[in-house]
Write a protein that binds this ligand. Structure first.
Ligand code: ADE
Ligand code: ZN
Length: 340
């Protein structure tokens, strides 16, 4: 008989919190470094992987931004994204909403259009070859100035037919959402949905700001929201989705180990939680690895996982028709496999 974890891993699902730069596996990093004549400061794939021991968000970001230096051509971005889509499809991801950090690349002289062309070519190929649909969310780096974000938005304007939303990521502490209130007002005026990382390392106040000042549709992470009962009540009442990334939270020491993670308490509080991989090449796995790690210690039911997967589809920025089709396929899958 199938175990709960096998049923959960087999469910069709959406991934809503995934940084494409965070899918750069060490093997591909070395291959791209060789192709582009870039020297990585590690002697081997094993040495690079061994360096993935983080003490907090910043210690990860330092390595993550350094790793991105091997990405130089449209083909590099295409190879990166297609490798992610293949891996995600193996985990039964049928729809992915992908973050990219253009400032990481334009600051190194890689043109915005080169990044975008490479990624969107892979998105088209993934839909055709794998049946995986996707959306692209442009993230502003919050450790940089508001003026830099406005300049990036200006660069994006000619390409809005291929950008489906805006986000906020990078070093959270000391960079509250309020710093980008005016940028996000302009993003919303363009008619595109916004999301923001908040309550990952930062306090619940940053989640309030993301909701009230940036008017986001989803909170990325949001695990620290549980420290504020009024905030929990608001998130529940408004059904604000939280894109939780359990392995990321443990790797970056938001929680000391998975047993301490508040995922089950978020779920039991009636919040709209989803499970995502964040930066899978750095944090020990893709979406099903996250499901396995959670199930290992938190012992959820098939009904819990069904609700989580349904929330993922409902919280996506896809059309209502697509959402209905995916939820129907999910319901049929659960009916066929039954509660364990
Ligand atoms: N960029 C990539 N991963 C991130 C994370 N977990 N938090 C903030 N910024 C990020
Ligand atoms: Zn993230």
């Amino acid at each position: 008989m199938l175990q709960v974890v096998d049923i959960a891993c087999g469910m069709p699902k959406a991934e809503l919190h995934l940084h494409i730069e965070g899918t750069l596996e060490p093997e591909l990093a070395f291959a791209l470094a060789a192709r582009n004549g870039v020297k990585l400061p590690y002697p081997s794939v094993e040495a690079l992987r061994a360096a993935y021991r983080f003490t907090d968000l910043q210690s990860f970001l330092d390595i993550y931004y350094a790793g991105a230096s091997v990405l130089q051509t449209g083909q590099d971005f295409n190879d990166l994204a297609l490798a992610y889509f293949r891996r995600a499809a193996a985990d039964h991801v049928v729809h992915a909403e992908i973050f990219f950090d253009p400032q990481t690349h334009t600051a190194r002289g890689v043109p915005f259009a080169v990044v975008l062309d490479g990624l969107t070519q892979a998105m088209r190929d993934a839909e055709r070859e794998l049946g995986v649909t996707s959306r692209l969310i442009l993230c502003f780096l919050r450790h940089l100035a508001e003026a830099d974000a406005f300049a990036t938005l200006d660069e994006a304007l000619p390409h809005l037919d291929r950008i489906h939303g805006f986000g906020l990521d990078s070093s959270e502490r000391g960079h509250p959402p309020s710093k980008f209130e005016r940028v996000f007002a302009r993003c919303r005026a363009l008619g595109l949905p916004c999301v923001a990382h908040a309550g990952e390392e930062g306090p619940p106040e940053y989640v309030w700001e993301a909701l009230d000042l940036l008017q986001v549709k989803r909170i990325d992470h949001g695990v620290r929201a549980l420290e504020d009962p009024r905030l929990v009540a608001r998130l529940r009442a408004e059904r604000v989705p939280l894109t939780v990334c359990p392995l990321s939270n443990v790797k970056l020491r938001v929680f000391s180990d998975m047993k301490q993670h508040n995922f089950k308490r978020l779920l039991d509080a009636g919040l709209a939680v989803t499970v995502n991989s964040d930066d899978p090449a750095y944090f020990g796995g893709y979406v099903n690895d996250n499901i396995r790690a959670v199930q290992d210690v938190l012992d959820l039911t098939v009904a819990d996982w069904h609700r989580i997967a349904r929330t993922g589809f409902e919280a996506s920025f896809a059309s209502d028709a697509d959402k209905r089709r995916w939820v129907a396929a999910l319901d049929a899958y659960v009916t066929a496999h039954g509660p364990a």
